[in-house]
Design a binder for this molecule. Sequence first.
Ligand SMILES: [Zn+2]
Length: 367
Amino acid sequence: MVIKKYFSASYAQARERFTAAARAAAFELGQVVHPTAVGPDDENLSIDLAIHAPAGARALLIVTSGTHGVEGFCGSGCQVGLLEDAGFLAEAKRRGVALLMIHGVNPYGFAHLRRVNEDNVDLNRNSADHPALADSNPGYVALDPLLLPDVWPPNAANQAAIGAYMQTHGEEALRNTVSKGQYAVPDGMFYGGSRTSWSTQAVQSILREHAGGYRRMAWIDLHTGLGPYGHGEKIFMSADRAELERARRWWGNDVKPVHEPGSISADVQGPIMTFSYDEFPGVEKTTLGLEFGTYDALQVLQALRADHWLHRHPQCEAAAAARIRQDLKEAFYCDNDEWKGLILGQMRVVASQAVAGLSEGDPAVSG
Ligand SMILES: [Zn+2]
């Protein structure tokens, strides 16, 4: 199957495929190497970028992968798929839309099979006023000992306690309290950090260098692990009503704001796309978190609990640790052709709609 060549088995292979595809498509390449962290085979870790800006381009489409580390197995495949899609690339060029792909925003998590970065930080909670948010999620602080008990797998008493919490508050309340982000427990889950992370700074410098000078900008940040299996949920994180209307015109009425009922995502603080609003105030921006569903929400949560338990218990026996990492990868990446085919098809549609939207009303483009 042709699908296989887009998706990779490791971070290192994904990097290679991404750079090879970008080179073949005559994109300009760039790389920001992590100053200290390395991969499991001592390989360099880097955020890689590929840009193609036709002369006179008035709009820019940014596609980012691996903001949540291990979710990069899907996002990288999507980016390689777009880079090898001659029809898509030609349409972007014809419509005067420049393309900027940023690969492996969190290369540490991608390489080491974690959702968080080298400092246990969730990069989509990191672009925030950390001191002001220190006490913003007391619910998480109270739940932390239950989520990450001393022993793993959880014993009967822990399972009963989690069950009782869900009985009282509901499953959704549990997921929201855990996933909305917290700034109080540095070795806990969905921790937003105490300062701006290396990855956040690196993405900011990439955008400062490559994203200026356009009239319009769209940003699709690729994720996995929430929502129905194989379905691309269109998550909208901005509070701008005009932007929401535009996003729905481009991508459909199933664009769902995180601050309204019906969103599969918690209303998070500090997503990485925040920077585009701070840095490019005069540019028309349209942003989307494209979230591909994998498995049942509680199954994904269980894999995340195990991953964080392991982070707190690094002395864990090697085989059990490897099993936990593999389970986490599987929770965020369904390694089969059917799922990948669903993802690639939806990616192509959403990216093509963005390219069309970015050039709507542009007198230089007809049709
Ligand atoms: Zn994610």
